[in-house]
Design a protein around this ligand. Structure first.
Ligand code: SF4
Ligand code: SF4
Length: 140
């Protein structure tokens, strides 16, 4: 029918104009992104509250962008004393999280860490042998 395309287009426009908005009033509204979104890398703790990392190096050697740095405890090679993430280099490919045999790493949905300071994108997951809880989000 002549003009059916026009009517169809108008229908779509009307449906969107009268429907619920898909945009959010950020920064006034803080909605949680989907649980599978990748923002910052964080570290799980074990039952004792210590970092879940066992210093196996799998994530370090597997990272294609040399984002991660690990310093082992000289007295205990299965313990990390420092674990540093240079997130400015990270492409969020997820290899480190997927390949960790101890399920130590995970992605948070912390999307509010944009900065012009490259140095601020380098953060510790483990410092002096303890978990820093860096990157974890506690947003309602
Ligand atoms: S985070 Fe996981 S893969 Fe990386 S060194 Fe620690 S235990 Fe190994
Ligand atoms: S997500 Fe990918 S690029 Fe980022 S630290 Fe992990 S392995 Fe490296």
């Amino acid at each position: 029918m002549f003009g059916s395309g026009l009517l169809k287009g108008l229908g779509i426009t009307l449906r969107h104009a009268l429907g619920r908005p898909v945009t959010e009033l950020y920064p006034f509204e803080h909605k949680n992104p989907p649980a599978n979104s990748r923002t910052f890398i964080a570290m799980h703790v074990n039952e004792e509250g210590a970092p879940a990392c066992r210093a196996c190096n799998t994530c370090i050697v597997g990272c294609p962008d040399r984002v991660l740095k690990l310093v082992k405890d000289p007295d205990d090679p299965k313990r990390a004393v420092e674990f540093v993430v240079n997130s400015g280099r990270c492409t969020y490919c997820g290899l480190c999280v997927e390949n960790c045999p101890f399920d130590a790493l995970y992605f948070t949905q912390d999307y509010e860490r944009a900065t012009r300071d490259k140095g601020a994108l380098i953060y510790h997951l483990i410092e002096d042998g303890a978990c820093t809880h860096e990157g974890e989000v506690d947003r309602p």
